[in-house]
Write a protein that binds this ligand. Structure first.
Ligand SMILES: [Zn+2]
Length: 321
């Protein structure tokens, strides 16, 4: 993939391109940034540029074609297995990197989620960083660089990757075939991460969110008899109950913003419901609801019954209607 196709990371990409142009590529990099912001794409493009022998991968030479099909013999990927990178995998990689490159000028090793190395693995990897076998290029990726040994940090050139801006994330989700409103909503919930945006769309999160909102915003005291059933259905498990609380927090935040006419809404696909709710509640009513939701969220972090917590929350939402 050419560098020009990487979105939202002009700063990091610019530094890498200038290093390639000046033939000053470091022997080890640490790409720091949240999951799903383009670190892996950029690492692969850097490897591709080195294999292609140009500052912008051409996309058509044999090396670039092998990179496109993930079959280049000189690119090595090290990733956590069941959440951990163990020393055995480090030893294997060290062995592979000590062999001569098959066809490229040098081998490249990308370490995804490098902070998942356990103590033994990290110490062994440090030796690889101090003396990269066969002049290999090492690219470490991490969303929590503070979890890495300081001796590893100090041996890497560190590059910061930013969370993707909302407009870029929306565009990328649209390009993946999402409908406009869904793309916008998923992007605003994804916190700058393409991985999260895609997951939100795939997991039917938006549908569940609509269900939560529809079943709770119009509750009145007349519904008290059935609140247990609603609470049971929406939040039987703690995680589900927490999701209900998050969804309602963002929803009533939008209701408040709508009343006061500022900032784009998070729930753009629910704008009709936001408008209707804002029309029927005073600022004080909205604040009361937000406070009840926040209290429920705090209760869920303690060891209280999730269903009972939701039931109490729904009662508060139903009051004064
Ligand atoms: Zn090429």
């Amino acid at each position: 993939m050419p560098f020009s196709a990487i979105r939202g990371q002009e700063h990091a990409v610019g530094i890498l391109k200038r290093s390639l142009e000046g033939n000053r590529v470091a022997h080890a990099y640490l790409f720091e940034g949240i999951e799903g912001c383009g670190k892996m794409l950029t690492a692969r493009s850097l490897a591709e540029a080195l294999f292609c022998g140009s500052t912008e991968p051409c996309g058509s030479c044999p090396a670039c074609r092998k990179m496109a099909t993930k079959q280049h013999p000189d690119l090595h990927l090290l990733e956590p297995e069941k959440g951990i990178i163990k020393i055995d995998r480090i030893r294997e990689i060290q062995k592979e990197l000590s062999l001569r490159p098959v066809e490229a000028p040098k081998k490249v090793c990308i370490v995804n989620q490098a902070d998942r190395m356990n103590q033994a693995a990290a110490n062994a990897f440090l030796k690889t960083l101090e003396e990269p076998p066969g002049n290999a290029l090492l690219i470490l990726l991490s969303d929590t660089p503070t979890a890495l040994l300081s001796t590893i940090l100090s041996r890497c050139q560190r590059l910061r990757f930013n969370p993707l801006p909302l407009e870029i994330l929306t565009e990328l989700l649209l390009a993946q075939g999402a409908a406009a409103e869904q793309a916008q909503s998923a992007a605003s919930l994804a916190g700058g991460s393409m991985a999260k945006g895609t997951a939100i769309l795939q997991e039917g999160f938006l549908t569940r969110r609509r269900e939560i909102v529809e079943q709770t915003i119009d509750l009145t005291p007349r519904d008290f008899a059935t609140l247990t059933v609603t609470a049971e259905r929406l939040g039987h498990e703690r995680e589900q109950a927490q999701e209900v609380v998050e969804v309602l927090t963002l929803f009533f935040r939008d209701v408040m913003l709508h009343r006061h006419g500022s900032l784009p809404p998070v729930n753009s696909d629910l704008s009709e419901l936001v408008e209707r709710t804002a029309g029927g509640l005073s600022t004080g009513d909205i604040m009361e609801r937000l406070e009840a939701i926040i209290r429920a969220g705090q209760a869920l972090t303690r060891n209280v019954n999730p269903r009972l917590t939701l039931e109490a929350l729904f009662m508060s939402l139903a009051m004064g209607r």
